[in-house]
Design a protein around this ligand. Structure first.
Ligand SMILES: [Zn+2]
Length: 188
């Protein structure tokens, strides 16, 4: 894992592309300012997270070369590897308590997107981690080669202990080992 990130002088690189580290307050104020400026700020954050992670996924595949093809042919393994990469980005402590047939669930402790709500003791009426939801949707779409939607069902900004994200059940969301029959016709 450490090989994925290179530090050159005072810059950080992930898969050869420059990376930045932001204070959790930045996410909070970005969200607040966007919410004040545009009506569909939540969708914007979701789409931005999704687009960014899909670009990152392409860089990851290029970076790994041939071994990427092997990894991507085993969706469950690929998902675990990407979650390890995401854990490197300091977005929170991400785990997958449930993956397999039809439903994928992500749990995030100390979500960078919501942590400042906790720090400020501010309660949100609804979950706030839209960029993370977009990131998880993007990662799963890239692996499954099928469109998916991800919804945050619990959030620390609402007073929950962890943030929880669910990609709801559907016939298209099937993680199988070794790219079996279920994935015929979905290969890029
Ligand atoms: Zn959250």
């Amino acid at each position: 894992m450490a090989d994925y990130v290179q530090k050159k002088r005072k810059e950080l690189f992930l898969f050869g592309e420059q990376l930045s580290v932001l204070d959790v307050r930045s996410f909070y104020y970005l969200k607040k300012e966007l919410g004040r400026s545009v009506r569909n700020s939540n969708e914007l954050l979701y789409d931005a997270g999704k687009d960014a992670v899909q670009k990152m996924q392409s860089s990851f595949v290029k970076f790994l070369g041939d071994s990427a093809r092997v990894l991507m042919s085993d969706p469950e393994n690929a998902l675990n590897e990407f979650v390890e990469v995401l854990n490197y980005l300091g977005l929170g402590e991400i785990s997958i308590p449930e993956s397999g047939l039809k439903t994928i669930k992500f749990v995030v402790r100390h979500s960078a997107e919501a942590q400042e709500y906790v720090n400020l003791k501010e309660r949100s009426k609804s979950p706030v981690c839209y960029a993370l939801a977009g990131i998880f949707a993007g990662v799963c779409e890239g692996i499954l080669q099928n469109p998916v939607e991800c919804k945050e069902t619990r959030c620390i900004a609402c007073g929950e202990e962890v943030c929880e994200f669910v990609i709801p059940s559907g016939d298209d969301i099937i993680l199988t080992r070794g790219g079996g029959d279920d994935r015929q016709g979905h290969k890029a």
